[in-house]
Design a protein around this ligand. Structure first.
Ligand code: NAD
Length: 490
């Protein structure tokens, strides 16, 4: 199954190419990266990496294309997105297999979440542009919303296709042209996405893909004087570097960065529902989600019950070969992540947190591959490293509290503010707590995901919003035309 993706991309001549100005081109340099299957630690493909020279060519193509794309009708942009949406769904199985291969997503998760949620961002952008008022009137002014220009889009490996569509779709819908630099660790799904764009008939230069290292291609895009906006999803470390590189050219920088999201369980919560759902959300995608609620903040007197329920929930997880449909949790995505997860589990033990289940090392019977044991710590103190630092792995910290005020203080007590959960039967009380939490999203009692809910960070989780109409507007500039006169009657 796996090799069929590689064979397909190889025979189509994709692996050694980048996509610029409607053409699959050889990059200027000779640099290559090896793609590793995290379930076997074996190399599975080699891809060509672009350089600053390729970025310059791609940005020039995007600039030329901007002249016409920026003034194309909203309807024609929606219709391109419609075709892209259809092709992503038509090729869903290919995408699911590619992501399972390149970052170890369990095939069931890839099929049920990684691909369909990615497609939803395209559908949402299409719907938004279809009804968006690009011109509004105030007094005798016209307030015009125009595409900001050429956008550099930098994405991570954890939800590879989802992060790409969450940027490309609204940018194109807004009338911007783009240069995408996906993670060098998950390039296969990105190459398939570029095929979709080409097959959907994207005009030359509107969408460009340059694979490459962050320090080379990402840095060149960030610094490029003819790029108007950079949107990066990644670590806080990379987000800071991008902002520094972008500062001299005063471009707009949107950052979706790290998180350490709290799941605040109020005293009246139904634990039998809240705890298993909280464990599932915290360890979803093997904990490799920036918004994963990895700090479960619980009333101290209910700690034993929470621990029992958490342990039970973890015991239902099936860690193993990501290609097996029975598997719920594959390996973590790469060696660096595996080492990081191991280091943080050791740190939790060394700091005196109590292991409820899991621990260091690989699960039994999985000696090869970057498999980690789903791990729950209890009696975690808010100042411990495992309560403060993003781990990006299957590690949950249960933190007890004595009063709701203290719980809110713990929830807000990290440098991050990306997402949060509140659980409780009294909706008014849950809403009051949600209002006190400093983060871009708060979920009360595990509601359904929506591509229309704006997403982004307070504090060091980032700047700007993605998804929904707010995410779309990030790609627009506002122009006030004074003396415009009265609004013409339609
Ligand atoms: P990363 O920061 O290593 O890489 C992210 C992207 O940035 C990659 O494409 C990388 O090549 C690029 N990059 C790295 N250095 C760069 C530089 N100097 N200039 C320009 N680009 C550079 O992150 P990762 O390991 O791929 O992903 C994990 C991180 O992403 C976690 O911290 C996670 O919280 C974060 N994340 C955030 C969100 C969000 O929406 N807030 C979503 C997913 C992941």
């Amino acid at each position: 199954m796996n090799s069929s993706i590689i064979k397909r991309l190889t025979s189509a001549g994709r692996l050694d190419r980048i996509f610029i100005d409607g053409e699959w081109l050889l990059p200027a340099g000779q640099a290559r990266a090896v793609v590793i299957d995290p379930s076997t630690e074996e190399p599975i493909a080699e891809i060509a990496l672009g350089s600053a020279q390729d970025v310059a060519v791609a940005v020039a193509a995007a600039r030329r294309a901007f002249a016409t794309w920026s003034v194309s009708s909203a309807r024609s942009r929606a219709s391109l997105l419609d075709r892209v949406h259809g092709l992503v769904l038509e090729r869903a199985e290919l995408f699911a297999q590619a992501m399972s291969l390149e970052m170890g997503a369990a095939i069931g998760t890839a099929r049920s979440a990684q691909v369909p949620l990615a497609a939803e961002h395209i559908r949402a952008a299409r719907d938004i542009v279809g009804s968006y008022a690009f011109i509004t009137h105030r007094e005798a002014m016209a307030i015009v919303r125009e595409p900001i220009g050429v956008c550099g889009l930098i994405t991570p490996w954890n939800w590879p296709l989802y992060q790409i569509t969450a940027k490309v779709a609204p940018a194109l819908a807004a009338g911007c042209t783009v240069v995408l630099k996906p993670s060098e660790l998950s390039p296969l799904s990105a190459l398939l996405f570029a095929e979709v764009m080409a097959d959907a008939g994207v005009p030359a230069g509107v969408f460009n893909l340059v694979n490459g290292e962050g320090s080379e291609v990402g840095a060149a895009l960030s610094a490029h004087p003819d790029v108007d906006m950079i949107s990066i999803t990644g670590s806080t470390r990379a987000g800071v570097l991008v902002a520094q590189a972008a500062a001299p050219t005063v471009k707009r920088v949107a950052q979706e960065l790290g998180g350490k999201s709290p799941n605040l369980i109020l005293p009246d919560a139904d634990l039998a529902r809240a705890v298993p759902a909280g464990v599932a959300a915290g360890l979803r995608n093997v904990g490799q989600s920036c918004s994963a609620p990895t700090r479960m903040i619980v009333p101290r007197e209910r700690l034993p019950e929470v621990e029992r329920l958490a342990q039970e929930a973890v015991s239902t997880l099936v860690v193993g070969d990501p290609r097996s449909p029975q598997t719920t949790h594959g390996p973590v995505a790469n060696r660096a992540q595996f080492n990081r997860v191991q280091e943080m589990i050791q740190a939790g033990i060394a700091e005196g947190a109590r292991l409820v289940c899991g621990g260091p090392g690989r699960p039994q019977g999985l000696e090869r591959g970057f498999y980690a044991r789903p791990t729950v710590f209890s009696d975690v103190q808010p100042g411990m490293r495992i309560a403060q630092e993003e781990i990006f792995g299957p590690v949950l910290a249960i933190i007890p509290y004595d009063s709701v005020d203290e719980a809110v203080e713990i929830a807000n007590g990290t440098v991050y503010g990306l997402s949060a959960h509140v659980q409780g039967q009294d909706l008014a009380a849950a809403r009051a707590v949600a209002a006190r939490i400093r983060s871009g999203q708060v979920h009360i009692n595990n509601p359904a995901w929506s591509p229309h809910a704006p997403f982004g960070g307070y504090k060091r989780s980032g700047n700007g919003r993605e998804y929904g109409v707010e995410g779309f507007q990030e790609y627009l500039e506002t122009k006030a035309i004074l003396g415009y006169g009265a609004q013409e009657q339609a």
